[in-house]
Design a binder for this molecule. Structure first.
Ligand code: ATP
Length: 233
């Protein structure tokens, strides 16, 4: 579905992604894990088209989208949940969900019901403004809003950031459930290596702009070098 080949990206003259290659197959959950500053957010922004690629190629179902503007990538089925959530704070929870579906040709009412079943708090808070939600609830809303667009590939940038472990668990459980029930395909970047690899089928490790390891999640979780570097092992 997604194939990234030898991708580089820079801020001004400083290159922060150096030849990243990865793929995501339909129905997979793939995690890219790495420390603070490794380049995870830049990679997600470049795939989504909100940061330009310096070199290399991004293909979606074989189509080269490397130079396609972000909104056209949304039209191709890519949906990014950016770091830091970014819900529309003055709008209600219901309006946030409706905005997520504004280009959808699907059954919007059914999709909203599915999101409210997945995250029941969004039904309880339907009429409240998004800005009044807790951080965890805002993250749920941001994910639900992105899913209202019926993405073929959901890009998640550090959904666990700043959240309590119990809230992280809830969110990751919901993602796993959606993956099981509807075959949702996900590319997630995370600093929370244990949570991300527990959710994902496969993973890549990003260090200072380069992928240094890849494999099945259970193999990465069992790898002593990864345990030492990222899991406090
Ligand atoms: P974090 O977990 O902190 O978000 P990350 O892995 O997502 O980290 P990036 O945010 O992609 O990493 O940053 C990668 C590198 O690019 C870092 O060295 C960072 O300082 C640098 N960087 C990020 N954004 C900018 C910017 N707007 N201008 C200049 N340098 C930037």
């Amino acid at each position: 579905m997604l194939a990234v080949e030898d991708l580089s990206a820079a801020y001004g003259r400083i290159e922060v992604l150096h030849g990243v290659s990865l793929k995501v197959d339909p129905g997979e959950i793939v995690a890219i894990v790495g420390a603070n500053g490794a380049g995870k957010t830049t990679l997600m922004k470049t795939i989504a088209g909100v940061h330009p690629a310096g070199g290399g190629r991004i293909r979606l179902d074989g189509e080269d989208v490397t130079r396609l503007p972000a909104h056209k990538r949304v039209g191709r089925g890519l949906s990014l949940v950016p770091e830091g959530r970014q819900v529309f704070a003055p709008l209600s929870v219901a309006d946030n969900l409706a905005l997520g579906a504004f280009r959808s040709e699907g059954d919007v009412a059914a999709d909203r019901a599915a999101m409210e079943a997945l995250f029941p708090i969004l039904a309880e808070r339907r009429a409240q403004t998004a800005g009044g939600l807790s951080g965890g609830q805002q993250q749920m809303l941001a994910i639900a809003r992105a899913m209202m667009a019926r993405p073929r590939l959901l890009l998640l940038d550090e959904p666990s950031m700043g959240l309590a472990p119990i809230v992280i668990k809830d969110i990751f459980r919901a993602l796993a459930e959606r993956h099981r029930s509807s075959g949702l395909t996900v590319l997630i970047v995370e600093q929370n290596v244990a949570a991300a690899l527990s959710l994902a089928d496969r993973g890549y490790v990003l260090e200072t702009g380069r992928l240094v390891a890849e494999g099945r999640s259970e193999d990465l979780l069992a790898d002593p070098a990864i345990q030492r570097a990222y899991l406090g092992g």
